[in-house]
Design a protein around this ligand. Sequence first.
Ligand SMILES: NC(=O)c1ccc[n+]([C@@H]2O[C@H](COP(=O)([O-])OP(=O)(O)OC[C@H]3O[C@@H](n4cnc5c(N)ncnc54)[C@H](OP(=O)(O)O)[C@@H]3O)[C@@H](O)[C@H]2O)c1
Length: 161
Amino acid sequence: MISLIVAVASNGAIGKQQDLLCHLPNDLKRFKAITLGHTIVMGRRTFESLPKGALPGRTNVVVTRNADASWDNTVVVNSIEEVLADSAEKELFVIGGGMLYKQTIDRADRLYITHIHHEFADADTFFPEVNYNEWIEIEREEHQADERHPYDYSFVTYQRK
Ligand SMILES: NC(=O)c1ccc[n+]([C@@H]2O[C@H](COP(=O)([O-])OP(=O)(O)OC[C@H]3O[C@@H](n4cnc5c(N)ncnc54)[C@H](OP(=O)(O)O)[C@@H]3O)[C@@H](O)[C@H]2O)c1
């Protein structure tokens, strides 16, 4: 099983200048609860944007074309096929960024999307277009902005039809 997990703005944006668009503590909490104990797959740029390197309690797989690359507490692979080959036995979570989502969304079984109800004009990285006719919404939680969350947001889980 292949799952994509992402926080997407209303204009499809997911990042700017190698960073996230905004800080949503409840989203980070949800991300941890969903991915803990599992295998997370990320592009090299997303890995390098993590402030403390590999995320604890998860198998961190980093995709790069650099055959000599190695980082602490990670499994490095040189192709997406190599990592997706494991998806028959376990649930793999693709955690970004834009390049990885684009190359895996057609193979994904599930999408865990945090919809951020705001448009970020200065973004430089985007989630691929989702054809919602192909997906059934199986879970939704709405949240209002508050002192720690600058925008309204929704946690939605989609399963491929
Ligand atoms: N909103 C969210 O939920 C979310 C989640 C994650 C990331 N982000 C944001 O997304 C941005 C980063 O995304 P990005 O699209 O720039 O980069 P990315 O997808 O994180 O990483 C791209 C890198 O992955 C490697 N790669 C990609 N496809 C490959 C393939 N087929 N075979 C081998 N290696 C491959 C290459 O590494 P090499 O150059 O080393 O070969 C490539 O440069 C940041 O702003 C980050 O904060 C947002």
